[in-house]
Design a protein around this ligand. Structure first.
Ligand SMILES: [Zn+2]
Length: 500
């Protein structure tokens, strides 16, 4: 199996479409396809159309966990369609396509199959309206129940599955779109989503929050949080709209949470200097009162479990989630197999922050990480470049993934390494990317053959023979030392970061 994967990688470098094309025999194109062709999750997303915008007008009652609303989806068929799929798990009560009632049926665990009264023509914009309602916390699919209820509301933040529980979509990072999320909640309760808070209005005991995400966003990065929050808005000197929010019930973690997340602007300024211009017009983060054990880079508004701040402030998790705004959110995976492009890079951003803080250089962290896992450790069995379905958030993807970047940095030198990072986020801004494309770009910018280095660090299911060699000028003397930041860094990823 691993040989096959290795060959696949080598053979498809530069020919992304090969990886994404659904075998023709599996698809009746006029019916759309129930999946977009993901290697790990063949039924995620849908084929046959491309969404440009989601308009969600919702109402949520915290006491009963009742969500109801209307989704208006602007999309364009890629070829003539007689029907198409949406990913969705709540109950639809009406569906219209271009203003006319459409037939609909559920299929499988999370598919809504829509049959419009007339065929849809390739390239002709369509609008799809879905009225729906449900109790998201009661919906269990393949043992997944990602909708989090809190004492005073709920949170939608999970990866890769989340959208099914609150809006119909083409649920795969390959189909990004802009969003307007308008949600009414009982007066005194607040609702948070991505982007800019465009307006709040009050009527008949309900307060409506209108959020706008004006840059393309992957479906899993859309977030929603309802509850009693200390909601703070500000505009930075550079015009970035900053929104942070903290549950009123964070208890003893409230101070540490605010002391960390309120520094988001400073973190983004530093990351902009390293990676290039921040890709969105809003930023921030929120900390709800939830028992979840992870943080997530929900676009422009990262979700943080209070667990990250239970033992004091934690800038590393803020660095990690905001690095994802470049690596993951702006440059999104083409397939879930490419998850190293998100997690390896966000982890490496933590190492760079540590270096900047004088709490241990990236080389020291690399040395320590390599030495921490003996050759017999299962850590080395998971290949960061192709971790396997369900292993996307294995610590190897994070820590060995960052080791791979240190190996690259040592191979090409600092100046070229940071140019590769900046060229990468510029070339793929608001798009999708594969690991093979990153290798190509790194080789182009550096003028070096790097496939062996990538093979060693990303695609070999065993411990590489030597740690990433430090250039002579940075050679650490003696055994790897434990950097001071290690404990803190360790808490920001691994099981605490991912959902599985
Ligand atoms: Zn991450």
């Amino acid at each position: 199996m691993r040989m096959q994967r290795a060959r696949l990688f080598a053979a498809t470098a530069g020919t992304v479409s090969v990886l994404l094309t659904v075998p023709a025999a599996a698809v009746d194109t006029s019916s759309g396809a129930p999946g977009i062709g993901d290697v790990y999750y063949p039924d995620y997303g849908n084929g046959g159309y491309d969404v440009s915008h989601y308009d969600l007008r919702l109402k949520y009652e915290p006491a009963s966990d009742h969500l109801e609303g209307t989704a208006t989806i602007l999309a364009t068929p890629k070829h003539d369609l007689t029907r198409f799929h949406l990913d969705f798990a709540l109950d639809a009560s009406a569906v219209q396509v271009n203003g006319r009632e459409a037939r609909y049926a559920t299929s499988g665990s999370h598919e809504l199959v829509v049959t419009p009264p007339a065929g849809l023509r390739a390239g002709q914009p369509m609008n799809v309206l879905v009225r729906y309602s449900g109790t998201p916390s009661t919906v269990k699919i393949d043992d997944l129940m990602p909708w989090q209820r809190t004492t005073d509301g709920a949170v939608a933040a999970n990866e890769p599955e989340m959208a099914w529980w609150w809006f119909p979509s083409n649920d795969h990072p390959l189909d990004k779109a802009t969003y307007d999320v308008s949600i009414a909640v009982p007066d005194g309760t607040k609702a948070i989503s991505n982007g800019v808070l465009a307006r709040t209005t009050r009527q008949f005991g309900w307060t409506r929050f209108d959020w706008r995400m004006s840059q393309p966003q992957a479906t899993y990065l859309a977030t929603l949080a309802i509850g009693k929050f200390d909601l703070r808005t500000a505009t930075t000197k550079s015009g970035l709209r900053m929104v942070t929010a903290y549950s009123d019930n964070l208890g003893s973690s409230a101070g540490a949470a605010k002391a960390s997340v309120e520094r988001t602007g400073e973190v983004i300024d530093w990351e902009s200097g390293v990676f290039g211009p921040y890709p969105f017009d809003a930023a921030g983060g929120y900390v709800p009162q939830t028992n979840a054990r992870f943080a997530l880079e929900t676009q422009t508004r990262s979700f943080y479990s209070p667990a990250f701040f239970a033992r004091g402030s934690n800038l590393y998790v803020v660095v990690h989630e905001n690095a994802h705004q470049w690596f993951g959110d702006s440059v999104s995976v083409a397939s879930w197999r490419d998850i190293w492009l998100n997690e390896g890079f966000a982890t490496y951003a933590e190492w760079l922050w540590s270096e900047k803080q004088g709490e241990g250089t990236a080389q020291q962290l690399a040395d320590f990480t390599y030495a921490s896992h003996p050759a017999s450790s299962p850590f080395w069995k998971v290949k960061p470049g192709d971790p396997g379905k369900g292993n996307e958030f294995h610590e190897s993807v994070y820590d060995r993934g960052a080791l791979a970047l240190q190996a690259l940095r040592n191979s090409v030198g600092d100046a070229v390494f940071f140019r590769i990072l900046r060229d990468w986020v510029a070339a793929k801004k608001h798009g999708n990317a594969t690991v093979a494309e990153f290798l190509q770009l790194a080789e182009k910018v550096s003028g070096k053959q790097l496939d062996e280095l990538f093979q060693t660090w990303l695609y070999t299911p065993s411990r590489p023979q030597a740690r990433p060699a430090a250039p002579a000028s940075r050679l650490a003397l003696g055994a790897p030392v434990k950097p001071r930041s290690w404990e803190q860094i360790h808490r920001t990823h691994g099981h605490l970061h991912g959902t599985r």
